[in-house]
Design a binder for this molecule. Structure first.
Ligand SMILES: Cc1cc2nc3c(=O)[nH]c(=O)nc-3n(C[C@H](O)[C@H](O)[C@H](O)COP(=O)(O)O)c2cc1C
Length: 391
């Protein structure tokens, strides 16, 4: 039997005259083991590439961002799909219902959002056939959460779906406002007592996440979809809050990585002030979150019921996302900081992953593409194998 009936995928590794057995069946065993296997091409498959993130070895640098996966059914699914990590969608210490459905619509924008188009109304449709053309969506769930004890118990079950080379993260946020566990309203420069109250809520949620099995914790400080209290979406700008929360977290869990999700910074200096003040307790920064934009149906009516603004993500935010990742990478270098970068926003192709990694991201995160093409991590691993063959 000759090589060519052994499957197309390995043809480039197979010599055309490769015999049926790599073992010379006419020779005694003692002799066979003294010589090399008969492998005429002398070519070997590439070793699967491994990645390092937060001190762990991962099978893929592609992470499911906080959002697409909530609960065991969904985290198990993405672990089976071969993602390097899956981050449980943001949870709270107090229960909160989801905003009214539908919570996702397709954004019809052909140009990426630029800084000077921030705040301009975008148009969206529920027609899914339009998605492939635009590859952008708006989403607005409002960080719903079951009771703390419910998600804590489920997280323990979710942990059982993690395979070697994968991590389970958990995103948490603070609840601010009348009907929540915190009664804090953040102003421009909030008094320290208010900062402490929010930090305490974040710490409670983060501690529960860790004791329930999360390998790392992400503080979601930039949700663009909180309707009652928009200050909740600006916490990533509050250096005092971040510094204090991280310090207290590290006293309790020195070995568990913690990071926070950021939104739109005004400029690099604003980002630098926050990241530098967080110091070495900050294990990673995560971003960018969806951008809050006015979004309406083409006839001017609400596309997501009751919401004039919602978080926009997918292709339209890639330019702004890349700008933020570049800043984060430069700041790390300039300030001698040690945080890692979980970069994302608008990643839709394998080449986008390479772009984020080349800019300094240690791993990347995907949400929009994970909802339409869950094979994305697998496809990225084939892409890297192809690259190593090509080199
Ligand atoms: C369906 C959906 C739900 C999301 N929920 C959360 C969330 O709970 N917490 C969070 O930090 N980000 C959430 N996000 C934002 C994503 O984590 C991500 O930052 C953003 O979508 C940009 O990535 P993308 O362009 O790959 O979608 C959500 C995004 C989507 C699409």
């Amino acid at each position: 039997m000759k090589a060519n009936n052994r499957g197309k995928s390995s043809n480039n590794l197979l010599h055309p005259n490769q015999p049926t057995f790599i073992y010379d069946i006419n020779k005694p065993w003692e002799e066979v083991i003294k010589s090399e296997p008969i492998w005429l091409s002398q070519k070997f498959p590439p070793r699967p590439k491994l990645y390092c993130f937060l001190g762990h070895t991962l099978i893929s640098p592609v992470v499911i961002a906080a959002g697409p996966a909530s609960g065991k059914i969904w985290t198990d699914f993405y672990f089976k799909m071969g993602y390097g990590a899956v981050i449980q969608k943001t949870m709270r210490t107090a229960p909160r219902s989801s905003n009214l459905a539908p919570n996702i619509a397709i954004v019809k924008a052909s140009k990426p959002i630029a800084r000077n188009s921030l705040g301009q109304t975008m148009h969206a449709t529920m027609n899914q056939d339009e998605y492939p053309k635009f590859q952008s969506i708006t989403n607005s769930f409002g960080n719903p959460s079951p009771l703390l004890s419910t998600w804590a118990n489920e997280l323990k079950e979710q942990k059982k779906g993690v395979n070697p080379g994968q991590l389970l993260g958990c995103s948490v946020t603070a609840s601010i406002g009348e009907n929540s566990s915190c009664s804090v309203i953040f102003g421009e420069n909030p008094p320290i007592s208010q900062v402490l109250e929010v930090a305490t809520d974040l710490l409670t949620a983060a501690s529960v996440a860790v004791t329930s099995g999360a390998d790392f914790v992400e503080l979601n400080l930039a949700c663009p979809n909180v309707m009652e209290n928009t200050e909740e979406s600006e916490m990533f700008q509050n250096a005092k809050l971040i510094q204090y929360t991280l310090e207290e977290f590290k006293k309790r869990f020195p070995n568990i990585p913690i990071g926070f999700k950021f939104g739109l910074y005004k400029d690099k200096d604003q980002m630098k002030r926050v990241f530098a003040q967080a110091g070495d307790n900050l294990d990673y920064v995560s971003g960018i979150n969806a951008l809050a934009m006015p979004v309406e149906a083409e006839d001017g009516k609400d596309i997501l019921p009751g919401r004039k603004k919602s978080g926009v993500c997918g292709r339209v935010i890639k330019d702004i996302a890349l700008e933020h990742i570049e800043w984060a990478s430069q700041i790390r270098e300039e300030e001698g900081l040690k945080y890692e970068i979980l970069g994302g926003g608008g990643i839709l192709e394998s080449e986008d992953v390479d772009k984020f990694l080349n800019l300094g991201a240690n791993a990347v995160q995907v949400a929009t593409v994970a909802l339409t093409n869950p094979l994305f991590a697998h496809q990225y691993s084939l892409h890297t194998q192809y690259q190593s063959h090509a080199n």
